[in-house]
Design a protein around this ligand. Structure first.
Ligand code: AMP
Ligand code: ZN
Ligand code: FE
Ligand code: FE
Length: 275
């Protein structure tokens, strides 16, 4: 029987609403063989997920998602099968999470300028232990009646070009790729459709890019066919996942609505130098 994996999911360690244990339980309910934990700038959810995975016979793939910038565009880099204890990696994540707090504070200032008063403590409560992100601010905005749902909160306030948008900390895709590689991991370009410039794929190969996320909810069937062909032509690993953020929290589909086969996961693992 084919073993299916969803390799892109967020937990409460970043901006997902499911704890790592709940996510693994959900993966089992959804009939998945395995799930990739890819929190933003954090590996804090991975150990708990591994424990739940052993209990429930769900294969947990350790991962992370790092948001970078290239020519003014958002570029997200996924990393899999790295050494989570790597010092350079954890130092970078610490810096990025600190910058997330500063960014949140600047966003709240901009919101206050347009008459929307949200306290830092409300956002921190929403985020709990997780790496703070715009979805946490969005959820507070919704709860207080300033936005109808997540897409509305982003469109009105949080997306690039919206009223309270604040630039992120500047990190290049090449830097993120290098850190993942130094930690023994496998760097993958997340949802290249978001970048909107396919040439970036080839440009990142000399820097160590090992694959691209072909299947993602933001990619149309045509996109997926195009990216699959690019991956095959450039001998890149073609990964995929749902970018699941939890129940009703996001504009995307359920866990497992995008899934890939086990042979791709085995290729990823074989590309790691520490697994
Ligand atoms: P941040 O890490 O603070 O930059 O927030 C990034 C997260 O916000 C992404 O992982 C998405 O889940 C979410 N996001 C970004 N843009 C949008 C959008 N236009 N609508 C809804 N959610 C979005
Ligand atoms: Zn997110
Ligand atoms: Fe992303
Ligand atoms: Fe994501």
């Amino acid at each position: 029987m084919e073993e299916w994996f969803d390799l892109h999911a967020h937990t409460t360690a970043s901006d997902g609403t499911f704890t790592p244990t709940e996510l693994v339980e959900h993966a089992r309910q959804r009939g998945l063989h395995g799930v990739g934990i890819t929190d933003h700038d954090s590996t804090e959810g991975i150990n708990e997920a591994l424990v739940a995975g052993r209990r429930l016979a769900v294969e947990v793939v350790p991962g992370v998602e790092i948001n970078t910038e290239y020519e003014g565009k958002e570029v997200h880099i996924l990393g899999y099968y790295f050494d989570t204890a790597n010092l350079e990696l954890q130092t970078l994540f610490h810096t990025l999470r600190t910058e997330r707090v500063a960014r949140m504070q600047r966003i709240l200032m901009k919101l206050r300028e347009i008459g929307i008063d949200i306290n830092e403590s409300e956002v921190r409560q929403e985020a709990g232990e997780g790496a703070i992100g715009r979805p946490h601010i969005a959820r507070v905005l919704i709860r207080k009646g300033f936005a109808a749902d997540i897409p509305d909160a982003f469109g009105k306030f949080l997306a690039k070009g919206a009223a309270a948008y604040v630039e992120r900390f500047k990190l290049s895709p090449g830097d993120a790729i290098q850190v993942i590689k130094n930690a023994g991991g496998v760097p993958i370009l997340a949802h290249p459709g978001l970048v909107g410039k396919d040439a970036i794929i080839e440009e990142l190969i000399p820097q160590g890019l090992a694959g691209i996320e072909v299947s993602h909810p933001d990619h149309s069937q045509k996109d997926r066919e195009r990216y699959k062909k690019i991956a095959d032509d450039l001998q890149l690993i073609a990964t995929g996942g749902s970018d699941f953020h939890g129940s009703g929290a996001e504009h995307r589909g359920d866990l497992g609505t995008v899934k890939i086969s086990g042979d791709i996961v085995r290729k990823l693992k074989a590309s790691s130098t520490v697994f």
